[in-house]
Ligand binder design. Structure first.
Ligand code: 9PG
Length: 538
């Protein structure tokens, strides 16, 4: 049927449409919208927290990223090799005259793809609703958020704690005495010179292994004891886990192979590679897995942790053959609901998490890749075409394009850096990162207080104490506490790689898909981090 939307002539392969304020609603398993002309830009929507979400010109398409071994943990592996512009749940196009058209699914397991002049939205199983709109991006995204809120729900609390997180300074090199020292410097929350963090969050590095969620030998007094010390400082204790992942060195892998997600050929589904091992996923429709997850969450709660960062959650929504036959994102929400219930009143931050399926079930949601003390990685940008890896620009780009999620959930653009040790960020970089955190209303850092200069420490204290005034002044610009901020420069994509870069990148990508190479790389980084911590203790 032919329709006109704000003067834009469209052709739709459906019989029934419903007009709503600011757009149209249609129901379809596979909807094709014939656009009047080929657009000039496309809005890619990444699947999970770290996946690229960005506008890209059609003459600068997003090519399959490298290395392949990391596809399941950085993008939606089903569409990782799709060279046509595409994205999870929604997409938008911009025409040469600046007009835009948006197509967004209101139900899960949906995808949008641009094929020439056809914008195609489809559901992986069954059918569902679509919202179609034109006009201003901020307007159609906020209308989309309203529709999603009705279907998926909202975060239970809008009160967001200020967090000290161990990851971005100590990485996996945390231990009891290092954390204890930091806790002492940070001081009791009621003391006049304290650093006012509401949560002290222990990240990756405390556990025996992935799937074996007991304290390792670096935490001889145990996790309950550590939580008690944190609570004694007047704060909530926070803990990181990746509950849906399993690695071959774990007992679960050996004893409960039937808990793991398989593909149609009964081979284990790969969930990426990290910690020197291939990653596998738990099947969240298996009642035995759900029981295990409930007791894991109960244990974490009984230790005293009231802020839980659950990471690498995409594993629960990977394609596979499940114990109960249900679509993959529904399988994930089924598992996350169980986890949510078991966590009770604890604050739940989801990370590495499929975006739409996490809404309504979590309190906070990481909306971008990890930041780091570097602006960008030339290797990942120019040769591997991978924009999901740690770096300030990658973090800002994707998080900026997901600000529209704010009415639904507490959005987390990751930590802010204040220090200059092990950090190449310029003053301007740090300032824009701080402004993004203020816009998101999320204050967290991993800086080691004793590494900060007096000025840096003051800056952090001011940030933690601030109540910001935010004004959206343009497509990429804001006023934050009275000063103008423009994200334009940060959200651009690097130039398309040339032929030489593509060939060299393919070679490096091959190398980086070899487990022993990845493992050796991890080891080198670990040695370097340990050396640097010896040179300058916390
Ligand atoms: C702990 C970290 C921190 C961090 C999380 C997550 O290889 N990767 O693609 C990859 C992506 C993200 C990542 C680690 C590896 O970081 O975002 O905050 O908790 O895990 O391991």
């Amino acid at each position: 049927m032919d329709v006109q939307l704000d003067g834009l002539d469209l052709q739709l392969n459906v019989n029934a449409i419903q007009s709503v304020e600011d757009g149209l609603l249609v129901k379809s398993s596979a909807l094709t919208v014939s656009l009047p002309v080929i657009p000039v830009r496309y809005l890619y929507s990444g699947w999970q927290s770290w996946s690229l979400t960005s506008w890209a010109k059609l003459d600068r398409p997003i090519l399959p990223m490298r290395p392949n071994i990391l596809h399941p943990m950085q993008t939606d592996p089903i569409y990782a090799r799709e060279s046509r512009p595409n994205g999870s749940w929604y997409g938008a196009v911009e025409f040469a005259d600046g007009r835009m058209f948006f197509l967004g699914a209101l139900d899960l397991e949906s995808h949008v793809l641009l094929d020439g002049k056809s914008l195609i939205g489809f559901y992986e199983k069954g059918d569902g609703d679509w919202f179609l709109a034109t006009g201003d991006e901020s307007k159609f995204m906020s209308r989309y958020a309203e529709f999603l809120g009705v279907r998926l729900g909202h975060a239970r609390t809008r009160s967001v704690p200020r967090i000290w997180c161990s990851w971005y300074s100590l990485y996996a090199e945390i231990n009891e005495s290092r954390l204890q020292k930091i806790l002492e410097v940070v001081g009791h929350i009621d003391s006049p010179h304290c650093m006012p963090f509401d949560v002290f969050q222990v990240d990756d590095g405390w556990q025996v292994g992935i799937g074996n969620w007991e304290p390792n030998t670096k935490f001889p007094s145990g996790m309950k004891n550590l939580a008690a010390r944190i609570i004694d400082s007047g704060r909530k204790a926070g803990l990181w886990l990746a509950p849906l992942l399993i690695v071959p060195s774990s007992e679960i892998y050996r004893q409960h192979r039937d808990w793991l997600l398989n593909d149609e050929n009964n081979r284990l589904v790969r969930a990426g590679f990290n910690w020197g091992e291939p990653l596998f996923a738990l099947d969240t429709t298996n009642p035995a897995v759900l029981d295990w997850l409930v007791s894991l969450m109960n244990k974490v709660r009984s230790w005293g942790y009231e802020y839980v960062k659950l990471d690498f959650l995409y594993a629960g929504a990977l394609p596979g053959k499940r114990f109960v036959d249900m679509p993959r994102e529904s399988a994930y929400t089924h598992g996350l609901k169980t986890i949510r219930d078991a966590l009770g009143s604890a604050y739940l931050l989801t990370c590495g998490a499929p975006i739409l399926p996490s809404i309504g079930l979590c309190d906070g949601l990481r909306i971008g890749p990890d930041v780091s003390g570097n602006f960008a990685s030339p290797l990942n940008d120019n040769l591997l075409m991978n924009y999901t890896t740690p770096g300030l620009r990658n973090g800002i780009r994707t998080s900026f394009n997901r600000l529209w999620l704010q009415p639904l959930v507490n959005i987390d653009p990751d930590v802010v850096y204040f220090g200059s040790r092990l950090n190449d960020l310029t003053k301007e970089d740090k300032s824009i990162q701080k402004d993004l955190a203020k816009i998101c209303n999320l204050k967290s850092t991993s800086d080691i207080p004793s590494w900060l200069s007096e000025g840096e420490r003051n800056d952090l204290q001011t940030f933690l104490a601030s109540q910001s005034e935010i004004l959206n002044t343009g497509k990429t610009s804001f006023q934050v506490d009275g000063h103008p901020v423009d994200f334009g420069k940060y959200i651009n994509l690097p130039n398309s790689p040339g032929l030489f870069a593509i060939i060299l990148g393919a070679l490096i990508g091959r190398l980086a898909s070899i487990p022993t190479v990845l493992k050796a790389f991890d080891k080198l980084i670990k040695i370097q981090r340990n050396k640097s911590l010896k040179d300058r203790p916390v």
